[in-house]
Design a protein around this ligand. Structure first.
Ligand code: ATP
Length: 920
């Protein structure tokens, strides 16, 4: 081999070596690269797998092919394991839990298959709550390892509006779903509680044809495509009316008002074409959406782009007819229930319509006003109760912070009393006595409220009644007494509220849950009597009424005033501050001025036994016409009272009864029973004052000047009743023989009264001396002598209490004028007794038959030895010498006296003399 060849071979070898070395290096790099690429691919694959979810990845053809070559087996296996683990909890319990949940909150037609209910009218009235969800189909979670179906239901009615979005292809399915939902709602509730409105931008008829039979019962209204604004206006009006009427303050929604649904739901279904509404409609729709749910208005908006500021559930129906909804989120696919069978739907709607018609035309009775279960309502925010029916639907009266007081008007015989019975019965059945108290006053002659107090024939009484005043007639002071009581209670409540740093009754009840803070409803029938005269009583009544009307609202004190003719009540209308507070107006047929005339003359045309109920101060849009059931007939309110009486808490006291036609019995009076011996200054009871507690007119016989009592007037019966009441009450405070009673009867017509009193006193064991005209001079001289002796210290022991009861003192005047040997007249002696007796425990209880005659017995111009008096048939001006200016307005009336005690009173009081009973 030549050297050249040798060199060449070495070069070749070297190159070969080099090539091999390069090849080896390259091969290594390629392998490394391949391995890195594979690793990278697995990473990416896993990211895709986890990102998309294994279920989708498995369905993805590209990824499926990649998986086939085994490169990613490990990742697939791990993802599968992870998925099983992640879904284990859900797979084991999820679908069952969801099914149970839907079953619990969507009972009955809200979720059951149609076979179970479609074609049977609903029975729910809302009092047991409202289903929270309504079924639309079956959901699955496709990403679950073994997808299992579960019911999918959406919120409706009070909870959320519904927005449905569909495509051209899926619109029919969406309509089917809406129809199913409406049928579920209609089928759940009593016919009449759900009204459906349909508006379709594209067509006058067509949408929801299966529901058309509802139209004839007024339960379905199909609106003109060109008149969306009318529908929206109607809904807005309705919201406003509900807010002023049914929703008393504090109730956030008709639903929260409790009990049977007071207002039907209105479901408005709007079908669009995926184009936005006109701006003005859009805004109006938003307003309805915002305020509608609380007023029972539900929007179902199909294929209209909306943005609303209120709870709304969205269901999107895709081209493949599957749906997704807000409730379940993106991961749940809903297979919508098929539409209910075409043949059954119209029939079911016809049945609902017939049932509704039957309810509407049925004459509602008093029993229909009553709830299924008594005493379940809470009065914190107000009281609401149906008083009648409009086309089978109840019409309510609400008293609360926003509608504090009611004014009822209707001529005689128009049914006011009946209306009051219906209202009181309806309220009393709903609210327990610790939620609602009633103060009932009837100025009319007759007995309209008497039945609520225990009576001789019927011992039951209405447990809510705390005070019943009947036959009040001319005792207008009793009306004032009630208003004074309410004003005091109002202040007591305001003070308690202040202490708890709140302003309203509702808040006070929250802060002081153990306190007794019922709402008070005070009813005054024929209240115009309160303002019957231009006098002190009217002035006081006006001022008190204004106070209670203005400030009672926040303290839960509500007035219900009724009258035959409110138009003539000057004191009422003259004071706008009063009647403005009476926002609830109830007009019976032909009532004048109760509603805001002349624009609201609804009462003129009102048929018999109907009433206009208006919560908007009587303006026309607030009118609701109701037929009022007969609540006066036997077996109505009386039967309810028996039942309520049976349920009353055992500790509840009977109502106080004030019966203007009755004479109060001394012996049964609490103030009389409370008297007992041993008190230093005994109390004299002169009669019953006209107040809420039924208390006695009292004078205390302290040992101070002026503590004598005069009765002024010509009638022996009235005067004797006062003297007897006084003497018997004194007798009760002395042990036998501790006090002396001298009865001097100076006129024959008082004799039987005096004799009877003497017997009664003796029956109690007292020392009684009786005398007539023949003994009077000696009596006054002796008593005066004894008093003088005691005062000058001539007599030893202090004098024993001595009561001189003198009938017709003035009859002895001529006789007493004669002077004796010491040139002292009997009149002088009498004056000594009157002047100095009381300090020495000698008190005169005398009857004078006229004011001037009384003056004759006293020192001229000095009348204060008579510190207390009761006057009967004496004009006010004659009494001016003995009392304040207010006596001027006194006009005498039968069996009523005017009482004044200059020690105790700034103004006189009216008293009713006692029935002091038979002799013992
Ligand atoms: N809704 C009604 N259904 C049937 N009867 C009724 C109804 N309302 C009232 N009545 C009857 O009409 C009569 C008069 O009714 P009510 O006493 O309530 O009238 P009023 O306006 O209070 O009259 P007054 O002021 O003269 O007492 C009563 O016999 C009553 O039974």
């Amino acid at each position: 081999m030549s050297r050249r060849e040798e060199r060449q071979r070495r070069i070749v070898d070297s190159f070969e070596e080099f090539r091999q070395a390069v090849a080896a290096a390259l091969g290594n790099a390629a392998r490394e690269h391949r391995l890195a690429a594979e690793e990278h691919a697995r990473g990416i694959f896993e990211a895709m797998l986890r990102g998309q979810g294994i279920d989708r990845a498995l369905a993805d053809p590209l990824l499926a092919r990649a998986m086939r070559d085994g490169l990613f087996d490990q990742q697939v296996a791990q993802a599968m394991l992870d998925r099983v683990e992640a879904f284990r909890q859900w797979s084991e319990h999820g679908p069952d839990q969801l099914a149970a949940l839907v079953g619990a909150v969507a009972d009955g037609p809200a979720s059951w298959p149609h076979e179970a209910w479609l074609g049977t009218p609903g029975t729910a009235d809302g009092s047991e709550g409202v289903p929270e969800l309504w079924r639309i189909g079956t959901g699955t979670v496709p990403s679950a390892p073994e997808p299992r179906g579960f019911p999918v239901a959406v919120p409706m009615l009070d909870h959320a509006h519904l927005h449905v979005a569909s495509t051209h292809t899926s619109r029919v399915a969406a309509e089917g779903m809406v129809e199913n939902l409406l049928l579920r709602v209609l089928g759940h509730f009593q016919p009449g509680l759900v009204h459906v409105h349909v508006w379709d931008v594209g067509q006058l008829t067509g949408a929801l044809p299966g529901l058309y039979p509802l139209t004839r019962a007024g339960l379905l209204t199909v609106h003109d495509p060109a008149r969306l604004h009318e529908l929206l206006d109607e809904l807005s009006d309705h919201i406003r009316r509900v807010h002023t009427g049914v929703l008393v303050e504090g109730h956030q929604s008709v639903g929260a008002a409790g009990g049977r649904r007071t207002e039907p739901w209105r479901v408005a279904v709007l079908f669009g074409n995926r184009r936005p509404l006109k701006e003005e409609h859009q805004q109006q729709l938003q307003r309805v959406a915002r305020n509608g749910l609380a007023a029972g208005i539900q929007l179902v908006v199909v294929d209209i782009p909306v943005t609303v500021n209120s709870p709304i559930e969205t269901v999107t129906v895709a081209d493949d007819l599957t749906a997704r909804c807000t409730m379940t989120g993106d991961n749940v696919v809903v297979a919508l229930d098929p539409p209910f069978p075409r043949t059954l739907v119209p029939r079911a709607c016809a049945i609902i319509a017939e049932e509704r018609e039957a309810r509407r035309t049925r004459l509602s009775t008093f029993e229909d006003l009553l709830p299924d279960r008594l005493w379940l309502e809470n009065s914190s925010a107000g009281v609401v109760a149906p008083v009648g029916f409009r086309e089978g639907e109840p019409v309510h009266v609400a008293l609360g912070d926003t509608s504090p007081h009611a004014l009822i008007g209707g001529p005689s015989g128009s049914g006011k009393t009946n209306f009051l019975y219906a209202m009181l019965g309806s309220l009393a059945a709903r609210y327990a006595p610790d939620e609602l108290e009633l103060y009932l006053l009837d100025f009319k002659e007759g007995v309209s409220f008497a039945q609520f107090a225990p009576g001789r024939k019927d011992p039951t009484w209405l447990p809510h009644a705390r005070l019943v005043g009947v036959n009040v007639n001319t005792d207008r002071e009793f009306g004032v007494a009630l208003l004074v009581f309410l004003a005091d209670e109002m202040r007591r409540r305001a003070d308690a509220a202040k202490q708890h740093e709140v302003t309203k009754l509702e808040q006070l009840r929250e802060e002081d849950p153990r306190g007794h803070w019922p709402r008070i409803v005070a009813v005054i029938d024929e209240f115009q009597y309160l303002f019957a005269e231009r006098d002190q009583v009217t002035a006081q009544a006006t001022q008190l009424l204004e106070d209670v009307a203005r400030r009672g609202r926040s303290q839960g004190i509500h007035l219900v005033l009724s009258s035959q003719d409110v138009s003539g009540i000057e004191g009422f209308w003259g004071k706008s501050a009063i009647f403005e507070q009476f926002t609830v107006r109830i007009a019976l047929p032909k009532a004048r001025r109760v509603l805001a005339e002349p624009h609201n003359d609804a009462a003129v045309e009102l048929p018999r036994w109907h009433a206009v109920v208006n919560h908007e101060s009587g303006v026309r849009p607030g009118n609701e016409v109701a037929r009022v059931p007969d609540a006066t007939r036997k077996g109505t309110i009386d039967a309810l009272q028996v039942e309520l009486h049976r349920r009353r808490p055992p500790e509840l006291a009977e109502p106080i009864l004030f019966d203007g036609s009755k004479v109060p019995a001394l012996q049964s009076l609490a103030d009389f029973r409370a008297l007992e011996p041993g008190v230093p200054a005994p109390t004299v009871l002169l009669g019953q004052v006209i107040d809420v507690a039924g208390s006695a007119a009292k004078v205390r016989f302290a040992r101070t000047p002026g503590r004598n009592v005069a009765v002024i007037g010509s009638l022996a019966g009235d005067a004797s009743a006062v003297l007897a009441g006084a003497a018997l009450s004194l007798a009760r405070q002395h042990g036998p023989t501790d006090a002396r009673f001298t009865l001097a009867c100076l006129t024959e017509d008082a004799r039987p009264h005096a004799d009877r009193l003497a017997k009664q006193l003796r029956g109690e064991g007292h020392d009684v001396t009786e005398l007539g005209m023949e003994g009077i001079r000696e009596l006054v001289d002796t008593v005066a002598g004894g008093i003088s002796a005691s005062m000058t210290g001539e007599a030893g022991a202090p004098l024993q209490p001595h009561y001189l009861v003198v009938y017709a003192v003035d009859a002895a005047h001529a006789l007493l004028e004669a002077k004796n040997a010491a040139r002292v007249s009997g009149v002088d002696s009498l004056r000594t007794v009157l002047r100095h007796g009381p300090e020495n425990r000698t008190h005169v209880l005398g009857w004078w038959r006229g004011a001037q005659r009384l003056k004759n017995s006293l020192s001229p111009g000095v009348y204060d030895d008579i510190g207390a008096w009761v006057a009967f048939d004496v004009q006010g001006k004659e009494l001016l010498a003995f009392g304040p200016d207010q006596v001027l307005s006194w006009s005498p009336r039968p069996r009523r006296g005017l009482f004044f005690d200059r020690f105790e009173h700034s103004r006189p009081q009216v008293v009713i003399p006692f029935d002091t009973g038979e002799e013992a």
